[in-house]
Write a protein that binds this ligand. Structure first.
Ligand code: PLP
Length: 392
């Protein structure tokens, strides 16, 4: 039997369907759901077997077979040792941060992050006595200058919303390792099919599985992948916090992930075609997409990504009002803040929360009034472009 974890032997598209260790016990072709909260203990020896870190047949807050089935597939795709599922991407992020950070510690993070990571760094961690330094992610020197003797974690996210900046995994991970600091990356936007941060030295990788992993706009879930040693520590805290995934959501995501290969190929194709179309449109000031040759970090993106993802941002020359009318004119993409599912979604960041996005967030993230974030779905490319064309 080929080593199914080696992505040089099976493509990731095939791995998604076959990295399933439970298949042999449970000959069902489609994954079964384990809703049971509790499992019976046969005898003392059996107890020893089930009372283990990341065990999934004891009590559902400690682990669940449906969730571990999914986390093993994600870990296999990421090239990591093991993993676990959480109630949401934020549960995965907060549990991981709290596992490795205590009062007196310091974290280095990027100026731009998903807003929830920003809230953790700027609001929750300071209340726990943890300080932070935010840096320009395009500068490896900025990461180095921010490191202090008490830095315990470097938080990465690439490409990042809205300007699609790229972080140099290899350089930052080499730096982190030379200082003995753990690296933690949000790989939600790229997915393991477009980018495997662990290949470049990242220690811990998370996903909001709510997005591309689930892929159908119908579940909330998060995942973390890491070495067994790191995962046991995160698992230990998750039991106390109760941040684990519900089996039904893991089951939905198990169904969703089976088509990840096909979906990501179409998301990548759509985003690239739309970016190229918008680049030459008279109403568009600027397009931000790492797959474009004129993206300032295209070479770096190419060196660490195998596809550029489904997400792009662009600035409309007409500012805020042009953005509002563009979104109203679209027939296909819905005005909705989440992304990564089969249907395209679109937002105008400056209009989020009724235009009440805090000014410091607007400035830190580089949001402009006419900026549009377009998250491609898997619709036919020409239909999306024709719709965007008539809306502009
Ligand atoms: C990049 C990124 N990371 C993390 C999260 C948080 O995930 P969840 O909404 O599943 O808690 C999101 C949600 O939008 C996200 O876009």
């Amino acid at each position: 039997m080929a080593d199914k974890y080696d992505n040089r032997i099976w493509s990731q598209n095939t791995q998604v369907l076959n990295l399933d260790e439970n298949f042999d016990d449970d000959l069902a072709i489609s994954p079964s759901i384990h809703q049971s909260v509790n499992y019976a203990i046969k005898d003392e020896q059996h107890y020893e077997e089930i009372d283990v870190p990341l065990g999934d047949k004891f009590y559902s807050r400690r682990g669940n077979p449906t969730s571990s089935r999914l986390s093993k597939i994600i870990a296999g795709l990421e090239g990591g040792e093991t993993g676990m599922m959480f109630a949401s991407g934020m549960a995965a992020i907060s549990t991981t941060m709290m596992t490795f950070l205590k009062a007196g510690d310091h974290v280095v993070a990027q100026n731009c992050h998903y807003i929830g990571i920003g809230e953790m760094i700027d609001k929750i961690l300071p209340a726990q006595g943890v300080t932070s330094t935010r840096v320009d992610q395009t500068s490896v020197e900025a990461f180095e200058q921010a490191i202090r003797p008490n830095t315990k974690l470097i938080i990465l996210e690439t490409p990042v919303n809205p300007l699609m900046h790229i972080t140099d995994f290899k350089a930052v991970c080499e730096l982190a390792k030379s200082y003995g600091i753990l690296t933690f990356c949000d790989n939600t936007f790229a997915t393991p099919l477009n980018q495997r941060p662990m290949d470049f030295g990242v220690d811990i990788v998370m996903h909001s599985a709510t997005k591309y992993i689930g892929g159908h706009h119908d579940l909330l879930s998060g995942s973390v992948t890491a070495s067994a040693e790191i995962m046991e520590k995160i698992w230990d805290l998750s039991m106390t916090l109760g941040s684990v995934a519900a089996p039904f959501n893991s089951w939905l995501a198990l169904r969703g992930i089976r088509t990840l290969g096909l979906r990501i190929a179409q998301h990548n194709k759509n985003a690239m075609a739309i970016a190229e179309y918008l680049e030459q449109h008279a109403a568009v000031e600027k397009v931000y997409y790492p797959g474009l040759k004129n993206h300032p970090q295209h070479k770096l993106a190419k060196s660490q990504m195998s596809g550029y993802g489904g997400l792009l941002t662009f600035d409309l020359k007409g500012g805020y009002d042009a953005g509002q009318s563009f979104i109203k004119n679209l027939n296909l993409a819905r005005n909705a803040s989440s992304l990564g599912g089969v249907s395209s979604t679109v937002i105008q960041p400056a209009a989020l929360f009724g235009g009440r996005l805090p000014q410091e967030v607007v400035e830190k993230q580089g949001i402009t009034m006419g900026m549009i974030r377009f998250a491609t779905g898997i619709e036919t490319t020409d239909d999306l472009i024709n719709d965007i064309d008539q809306a502009l």
